[in-house]
Ligand binder design. Structure first.
Ligand SMILES: [Zn+2]
Length: 470
């Protein structure tokens, strides 16, 4: 049996207002080449000045992922030529990064993180087709990134996906990243090699660049795993190389072989001093760490008696989790809160492509709605019908009064309808009387339809028993 040995490298933009070594804005949607200056254009003589906020965010990320902080770390130049890298080098951290050795525990398994370091982003080449030309936008040049490098502890593509989910959520929870993979503010490379179970670590690895969605990450690793197993079974030696994931053909494609890898000629950045993090910084920043994703999931499971699937939903949707908790303060029917939020609310959000903050929904309104159903003021069906209006901030009591909807408790009226129905449904009546008690649902359904859901199902059932069970 073969098993995969997988490691990930994740680049995440930090949510600072300004770039890593200059005061230019980091806005994503600015017109090309408007957030630039001599520093991020790499003009001769321009000098970088460290943005402390970026260091702060990098340390928060490191602490949330259990890394040790290097209180004195250094910057280095990584030299290579590319049109979107105007200086001819990238400023990064090499020998002594800001943090080393941490981990995330996933499903009881520990996945090691070797390092998190700070570096600057490059510009962006935009390839045009008609006429064929390449333009460069330097707005991204100098935006602060952290690079997170895992140990090769991941064994399956699913585990890689789970890890990336928790990592991304963690960075979002602590407020240092927007986690947006589509816009490229979070980017993932994967490396994978294959060994027979129990063998030592393989002496090669295949790196796959730009796996910028969870789906691509899973598919590319899956494909590459089977590819490598086939090669091993055919006695072919696998060599280290860098590949790209072809999203159209669903295959990995060779980008460069090992001998074509760049020699980056790293050396210490002479224009920047050491990056110092004081004891006070660490003390202070530690207090800023919020509850982390997996802690939230565990707490929701325990405090609200949820299964893992429900609790995971709230872990992935912290805004809705906050709404849940605020609702739980005003009504203790947790099961109902959960079902309204996870089923009805999510359906509307999906259908209308909205987020919770686009609506005027409040925990009080939800509690009111739940209470009205609990006290039989309205049926569950009516509650669902008026739910959309409640999301716009209308009180369910007002809607019910306005629309004249109230549960029909008029026993005589329901009884008249039922007798009429019994008259016109001899077959169903016979069936019921011959022991098919489930036929009651037929009568309830017909009367509910006739009253547009306003009849009280309790009364209908009582009346069915009275007239058909005798
Ligand atoms: Zn600049």
């Amino acid at each position: 049996m073969y098993e995969a040995v997988i490691g990930l490298e994740i680049h995440s933009q930090l949510l600072t207002e300004t770039k890593l070594f200059c005061r230019c804005s980091t806005r994503y949607d600015s017109p090309p080449n408007t957030n630039i200056c001599p520093v991020c254009l790499g003009l001769p003589g321009a000098l970088p000045v460290m943005n402390r906020q970026a260091a702060h965010y990098a340390v928060l990320a490191a602490m949330s992922l259990n890394l040790s902080i290097n209180q004195r770390s250094y910057f280095a130049r990584k030299n290579y030529f590319y049109p979107d890298l105007p200086k001819g080098y990238q400023i990064t951290q090499y020998e002594v990064p800001v943090s080393r050795k941490g981990y995330i525990d996933i499903n009881g398994k520990r996945i090691g993180i070797d390092r998190i370091h700070i570096e600057e982003d490059a510009g962006k080449s935009i390839h045009m087709e008609n006429p064929p030309q390449t333009k460069v936008d330097f707005n991204r040049s100098g935006i602060p990134l952290i690079e997170i490098v895992t140990e090769p502890d991941i064994e399956t593509p699913e585990e890689a996906v789970d890890f990336l989910h928790i990592l991304r959520l963690t960075l979002m929870y602590i407020g240092v990243s927007d986690g947006n993979m589509e816009e490229g503010s979070l980017r993932c490379d994967g490396n994978i090699s294959v060994r027979k179970k129990g063998d030592p670590l393989p002496d090669y690895k295949v790196e796959i660049k730009n796996l910028n969605s969870f789906r691509f990450l899973a598919k590319a690793l899956e494909y590459e795993f089977h590819q490598q197993v086939r090669m091993m079974e055919n006695g072919i030696t696998i060599e280290s190389c860098t590949k790209l994931w072809d999203t159209k053909e669903n295959v990995t494609r060779l980008m460069r072989r090992k001998e074509e890898e760049f020699d980056y000629r790293y050396f210490p950045e002479p224009d920047l001093g050491a990056l110092d993090i004081s004891d006070d910084d660490i003390q202070h920043w530690k207090t800023e760490l919020p509850e982390l994703p997996q802690q939230k999931r565990a707490r929701f499971e325990q405090c609200f008696d949820m299964d893992a699937k429900a609790a995971s939903f709230y872990m992935f949707n912290p805004g809705i989790a906050n709404f849940f908790e605020a609702s739980a303060l005003v009504t203790d029917n947790h099961k109902k809160i959960d079902s309204w939020l996870r089923t009805e609310l999510m359906r509307v959000l999906k259908e209308e492509n909205k987020t919770l903050s686009d609506l005027s929904f409040t925990p009080d309104l939800l509690a009111q709605l739940i209470h009205m159903v609990e006290t039989d003021e309205i049926t569950g069906k009516i509650a669902k019908e008026i739910f959309r209006d409640v999301l716009d901030g209308k009180s369910p009591k007002d809607i019910v009064a306005e629309k004249g909807i109230q549960k029909m408790d008029n026993r005589d009226e329901i009884e008249r309808m039922l007798l009429e129905l019994i008259e016109t449904s001899p077959k169903e009546v016979d069936k019921y009387r011959s022991g098919h008690k489930k036929m009651a649902a037929y009568f309830v359904g017909r009367i509910m339809a006739q009253t547009k859901g306003q009849a009280n199902p309790k009364i209908i059932n009582e009346l069915i028993q009275k007239h058909l069970d005798e």
